[in-house]
Design a binder for this molecule. Structure first.
Ligand code: NAP
Ligand code: ZN
Length: 347
């Protein structure tokens, strides 16, 4: 076994503390990655605090993992020691169901093996995430990372990047469309970058008036402070597509009313509370309310390659592992500019 250092939560109310644990030895199909950086996703916080229920402790969070490969198994063909590699939100899946065969491992019928707060496919061995110094993963569940981009700013692409790229591609967002991104946080700011890159006319719908200048710098064409009734009225019935990244309770009907006929709103944010949807919000203009979860390995690689070609990375604030609780506190307040990334050398 490989002795590993990390930071873990022992209960929903505990702060993250240093934690030692073991990872499996590098098997024939595995690679070992020395983790250089790990992004901080709001999902880490939801799960550490057991806001969705069913959390498993001790929990080492982190699913935006990048680093260099230090060892490869004898049967590995896709990676070499010394190369960069990344790991996102899952480390395995059944590989045989319809979703897995279609490259949608995140929708695996047997349930994907989450990178943390989950179990390997044996449903017994707990998984530990990227707030740690290394990870051992099957090569089929690792991603190639370009040497061209700043590595710390690439880490958030593994979750925030693919979670926004995938629905924008699936619903074919492109030039000529009016798109709104709700919530300018980790996911939201990547949603803005991709939607702009795909040619759409992009509006940020934010509860934080102070983020207007940043939204424009990120490439958004318009900014609406959702607390400003006049500004909201002016965009009623205007959007073809809305990507909702909000992490806390909010009124979905308010945003559905901003769609035009045949418009679609996709939920990627996962507020712990149930949200009520009025039938009238949908029927009046034949609207669609949908959801989307991360993306499969093939599409994640496509997204990473697209980012390398188009020079797209996350806007980050680099922190030490010792600053993780302050980062969580700021995240709850919506004060993320626009992704915290942990420098794992501080572990
Ligand atoms: P984040 O960085 O904290 O951003 C969330 C943003 O939502 C905030 O910055 C804020 O933006 C807005 N917001 C927060 N509370 C709000 C409220 N009460 N009303 C309106 N807006 C509010 O979080 P994140 O990492 O981007 O994650 C966002 C959500 O997506 C989380 O629930 C996370 O668990 C989920 N997620 C889902 C997937 C998936 O596969 N579907 C993957 C990753 C994460 P403004 O200040 O601009 O309003
Ligand atoms: Zn995430």
């Amino acid at each position: 076994m490989i002795s590993t250092k990390g930071y873990a939560a022992q209960s929903p109310t505990a702060t993250l503390q240093p934690f030692s644990f073991e990872r499996r030895e590098v098997g024939p199909h595995d690679i070992k990655i020395e983790i250089a950086y790990c992004g901080v996703c709001h999902s880490d916080l939801h799960q550490v605090r057991d806001e969705w229920g069913g959390s498993i402790y001790p929990m080492v969070p982190g699913h935006e993992i990048v680093g260099r490969i230090s060892k490869v198994g004898a049967a590995v063909t896709k990676f070499k020691a010394g190369e960069l590699a990344g790991v996102g939100c899952f480390v395995d899946s059944c590989r045989t169901c319809e979703s897995c065969r279609a490259g949608n491992e995140q929708y695996c019928d047997a349930g994907m093996a989450g990178t943390y707060n989950g179990y390997q496919m044996d449903k017994k061995t707990p998984t530990y995430g990227g707030y740690s110094n290394c990870i051992v993963v099957d090569e089929n569940y690792a991603l190639h990372i370009s040497e061209k981009l700043p590595l710390q700013a690439v880490a958030p692409l593994l979750c925030a990047g693919i979670t926004t790229y995938s629905p924008l591609r699936h619903w074919k967002v492109s030039a000529g469309q009016k798109v709104a991104i709700v919530g300018l946080g980790g996911l939201g700011h990547m949603g803005v970058k991709f939607a702009v890159s795909f040619g759409a006319e992009v509006t940020v719908l934010s509860s934080s008036a102070a983020k207007e200048a940043d939204a424009k710098k990120l490439g958004a064409h318009h900014f609406v402070n959702t607390g400003n009734q006049q500004a909201v009225k002016a965009v009623r019935g205007k959007f073809d597509f809305i990507l909702d990244t909000v992490s806390a309770q909010h009124d979905l009907n308010f945003y559905l009313n901003l769609l035009k006929t045949d418009g679609t709103m996709v939920m990627v944010g996962i507020p712990p509370e149930a949200e009520a949807v009025e039938a009238f919000s949908l029927i009046t203009k034949r609207k669609t309310l949908a959801g989307s979860m991360i993306g499969g390995i093939r599409e994640t690689q496509e997204m990473l390659d697209y980012c390398a070609e188009n020079n797209i990375v996350s806007d980050i604030e680099l922190i030490s592992i010792q600053q993780i609780e302050q980062a969580y506190t700021r995240m709850v307040k919506g004060d993320v500019r626009y992704r915290f990334v942990i420098d794992m050398s501080t572990l």
